[in-house]
Design a protein around this ligand. Structure first.
Ligand SMILES: NC(=O)C1=CN([C@@H]2O[C@H](COP(=O)(O)OP(=O)(O)OC[C@H]3O[C@@H](n4cnc5c(N)ncnc54)[C@H](OP(=O)(O)O)[C@@H]3O)[C@@H](O)[C@H]2O)C=CC1
Ligand SMILES: O=C(CO)[C@H](O)[C@H](O)COP(=O)(O)O
Length: 512
């Protein structure tokens, strides 16, 4: 397939949902691609798509901008040296499989291999070491799904600065763009006519692994944000009796205000969709068992490992888990009682919809606060200098959690780069203080009507925990000292001084 006379700028390996679209995005930005996938149909499909778009949209451009390759040796011999290779294969074994195969195919030490999949960040750290004698292993987590990859994703690169300096112009060209004055995405979904103006949604994140960590937390927030919207849907449909289409209208209206986000927009669209087979709302025909590929789970595990609370993200992972237990839920729905009467005849529906809008906003701020705090704690542990204003900036467009209020997060970190918790930023402290009453009403309503709302309520518990100067951990420390002599500190003595009470004998206090 390759025309050996031409050398190409970048190799793309893995032409699935993301790889094919990243390749098409790269060629639209004047870089030439050598493409390969284990599945030759995907190679042919990508070549065909490039040809089709070139002929349809770029009438003056006659030369192919992309070549399909039959194997990795062909990819390597098609590329300008030192080479740049972008991997878009499933995380885990396939990444090492391709790296090993590239070594066997003759990759050279100053060639760069960029892993753009959702790899576990610790794997990325190990890979940079493992392949350091063979090539420059670099990572760049990508968010934006199919359309983002095609017309502008959010890109989170990390690793060798030498590699970054070489790929930066390509990354800036293919990334999503934001209008710097408004913080809003500049979007155009036209093959051959990429957005060139605006601020690119990519920034060098830090040393190896940090970009994948940041993307992992992005996905953790994504899980929580999605689940919050699902809980609002549940409260409005099951709790209030609104139809899917009526909930879609509520979401579309919310999307005009402070809840404006890509996830809110697509949720309204999903709820409006009729099932092509039955005509019923499609959402009522989709089986209520959620899938997951692991990044939300990794975020929750990381938060537990470093002791940084991210309960709303963890609850979102549990919510997907409980959704998969369909047969148990079916049995228990017949066995366990709920509230006697949840008909809500007395409820002022519009007032509740407004209260829920406030609750959703507050819960969303709480879950972003959890995600940013988690990144800050991990950065401290790893010695990474993460720039949170820049991270919020590159999430304003291109990625799945893009939302208007990321501009406020950007500004909060620009005003105070050392902000310990987003809840401390004036703009969010004031908004949450003003709206928390409605948040409580929404949670109470969920509890009293028996509609599960684990994320909306855990986000409130997070808010209440952080605004509590005193927590009952004093009793907990007493319990631990009682059964295990684990000692405790006192409120009236210097920090670090440990005490133990002889609970089982004379009950005398000892300084340990
Ligand atoms: N889909 C999304 O919205 C997003 C996905 N990601 C991440 O990006 C990565 C790619 O995802 P996605 O495009 O959805 O996945 P797909 O499964 O659609 O594509 C992966 C492609 O890689 C090919 N492949 C596997 N092993 C090799 C190999 N050794 N050599 C060459 N090609 C190979 C697969 O071929 P075959 O099918 O024949 O095995 C497949 O065509 C994943 O890590 C994913 O988590 C990141 C952000 C968003
Ligand atoms: O990274 C992504 C978006 O940012 C992918 O879409 C990812 O697959 C979503 O995770 P999951 O499949 O677990 O819902």
């Amino acid at each position: 397939m390759n025309n050996q006379n031409q050398l190409y700028d970048i190799g793309v390996i893995g032409l699935g949902v993301m790889g094919k679209n990243l390749a098409l995005n790269i060629v639209d930005n004047q870089y030439r691609v050598a493409a390969f996938d284990l599945d030759e149909h995907k190679v042919k499909d990508t070549v065909r798509q490039e040809e089709l778009e070139r002929k349809q949209y770029l009438k003056q451009h006659r030369q192919p901008r992309l070549v399909g390759c039959n194997n990795l040796s062909e990819v390597l011999s098609s590329l300008e040296k030192p080479r740049i290779l972008l991997l878009s294969v499933p995380a885990g074994g396939p990444v090492d499989g391709v790296c090993q195969a590239l070594i066997e195919a003759g990759i050279e030490r100053d060639d760069i291999v960029i892993d753009t999949g959702n790899s576990l960040w610790t794997d990325t750290v190990e890979r940079e070491q493992r392949y350091s004698k063979d090539f420059l292993f670099f990572s760049c987590a990508v968010s934006g799904g199919e359309v983002g990859a095609r017309f502008g994703p959010s890109l989170m690169p990390s690793g060798s600065l030498t590699a970054w300096n070489r790929i930066e112009p390509i990354w800036q060209a293919i990334a999503a763009k934001v209008d710097a004055s408004t913080g809003l995405p500049i979007e155009r979904f036209e093959p051959g006519n990429p957005v060139k103006e605006g601020e690119p949604c990519t920034t060098y994140i830090g040393p190896a692994g940090s970009g994948h960590y940041v993307k992992m937390v992005h996905n953790g927030i994504e899980y929580a944000d999605m689940q919050l919207i699902c809980e609002a849907y549940h409260l409005l449909s099951q709790g209030l009796g609104l139809s899917a289409s009526e909930v879609a209208d509520v979401f579309a209206k919310w999307n005009q205000g402070s809840l404006n986000s890509y996830l809110m927009e697509i949720s309204a669209d999903v709820l409006k969709q009729a099932d092509p087979l039955t005509g019923a709302p499609l959402v009522e025909m989709i089986l209520d068992k959620a899938g997951q590929k692991g990044t939300g789970l990794w975020t929750a595990v990381s938060s537990l490992q470093i002791g940084c609370p991210a309960p709303t993200i963890a609850e979102a992972v549990y919510a997907r888990a409980v959704s998969t237990q369909k047969s148990q839920r079916q049995q228990l729905s017949q066995l366990l009682a709920g509230p006697a009467d949840n008909s809500d005849a007395e409820l002022d529906k519009q007032a509740f919809i407004d209260q829920l809008e406030n609750a959703l906003y507050c819960a969303k701020v709480s879950c972003y606060a959890q995600g940013f705090q988690l990144m800050a704690m991990q950065a401290k542990e790893q010695g990474w200098q993460l720039d949170f204003a820049e991270i919020a900036k590159i999430w304003r467009a291109g990625c799945i959690i893009r939302a208007t209020f990321l501009q406020s997060i950007t500004q909060a970190y620009q005003q105070d780069s050392g902000l310990e918790n987003l809840l401390m930023a004036d703009v969010f402290a004031k908004a949450l203080s003003d709206k928390q009453g409605n948040w409580r009403i929404a949670v109470s309503h969920a509890v009293m009507s028996g509609v599960p709302a684990p994320c909306i309520s855990s986000a409130l518990a997070y808010y209440d925990s952080y605004r509590s100067e005193v927590l009952p951990a004093s009793l907990l420390q007493g319990q631990r000292d009682y059964f295990g002599a684990h000692t405790f500190e006192r409120t009236d003595k210097p920090a670090g001084e440990k005490y133990h009470l002889n609970w089982s004998s004379d009950r005398k206090l000892h300084k340990v």
